[in-house]
Ligand binder design. Structure first.
Ligand code: ADE
Ligand code: ZN
Length: 331
């Protein structure tokens, strides 16, 4: 099902929401043990609902599903299931988003979320040799003050969180809304990333660069509407964490053959391949690689370049980046 090269490539994932890896089977299991009822009769009925018109129609389901996560063990089980997928797909390093506000707003303690995820990260290193970082995302549909409160709550866990990010409903919530929060986070030593240019316009990508001072742009596929921005991204070697199956499922592109990732690669941008919310979008890392390989006829060298880009764009140490890229070249 996956080409031998895709299966063999060591991969880094830089854009995955842990709440978006929640498979319906596990969701029902956790709902049952927490005595929470889901508005679907069965796993199949829930999967049937995964038919999205846009980002918001997905987010409504994604937030509803996350409501069953209550205990530290729930967050552990969620992350562990994702690490098993990583192992199967030869993802050797992953930088995982989590949305604290989705949980703290329901009365779940920040510590409960963080401890469950962290323990899974430690076990994944011990069992599978998979390295990982955690990235805390602010929900952009909520207020600046809510984001500041979340940043304050994270202070006790600073050493376990490498970066802050920005996700949720993009249009109408431009990066500039969070410029002061990101400045405070950077001051405290967090690295910065942000979703921009998924559904939102190229101006949001400029804002993420100039006002949030991000190290990577998440999605960013609408950059091709602005030639100057394309040149800037190439010149600065600013990574884009592109999510092909997500773009298809959320109707950012109508057909995978129209996806611009190959064009962006050829324009010299540091594009990477990622799964975003793989449980909802029909595939994990290898499925994403395979989908663009098939639709865009990617060569072996192009696949290797994409895989190497992800290590280069990661928050790993330089020596580790080089070592992984050497391994990729030798395949
Ligand atoms: N939260 C989870 N997935 C997301 C996406 N693709 N865009 C914005 N926010 C998200
Ligand atoms: Zn995302």
């Amino acid at each position: 099902m996956h080409s031998p090269l895709i299966a063999a490539l060591p991969k880094a994932e830089l854009h995955v929401h842990i709440e978006g890896t929640f498979e319906p089977e596990l969701m029902f299991e956790i709902a049952q043990r927490n005595q929470i009822s889901l508005p679907y009769d069965s796993v199949e009925a829930l999967r049937q609902a995964y038919n999205f018109q846009n980002l918001q129609s997905f987010l409504d389901l994604y937030y509803a599903g996350a409501q069953v996560l209550i205990h530290e063990q729930d967050f552990y089980d969620l992350a562990w299931a994702y690490f098993e997928k990583c192992h199967a797909d030869h993802v050797v390093h992953t930088e995982i988003f989590f949305d604290p506000q989705t949980h703290t707003d329901r009365g779940v303690a920040f510590a409960t979320v963080l401890h469950g995820l962290k323990r899974a990260c430690q076990d994944a290193k011990a069992h599978f040799g998979i390295s990982s970082h955690l990235i805390m995302c602010f929900l952009r549909h909520l207020s600046e003050q809510d984001a500041f409160n979340t940043l304050a709550q994270a202070a006790a866990f600073k050493d376990d969180i490498i970066a802050v990010g920005l996700d949720s409903s993009e249009v109408g919530h431009p990066p500039e809304k969070f410029a002061r929060v990101f400045a405070a986070a950077a001051e405290q030593g967090y690295l910065c990333v942000a979703h921009a240019g998924e559904e939102g316009p190229a101006t949001y990508i400029w804002q993420a660069l100039e006002l949030l001072k991000v190290h990577r742009i998440d999605h960013g596929v609408r950059c091709d509407e602005d030639a100057e921005l394309m040149r800037y991204l190439a010149e600065k070697n600013m990574p884009l964490t592109v999510c092909p199956l997500s773009n298809l499922k959320l109707c950012v592109v109508d057909d995978m053959r129209d996806h611009n990732i190959k064009k962006l690669l050829h324009e010299g941008l540091c594009v990477t391949v990622n799964s975003d919310d793989p449980s909802y979008f029909g595939g994990y890392m290898n499925d994403n690689y395979q989908a663009i390989h098939d639709a865009l006829a990617l060569s072996d060298d192009e696949l290797k370049q994409l895989a190497c880009n992800a290590f280069q764009a990661s928050f790993l140490a330089e020596t580790e980046k080089q070592a992984w890229c050497e391994q990729i070249k030798a395949l």
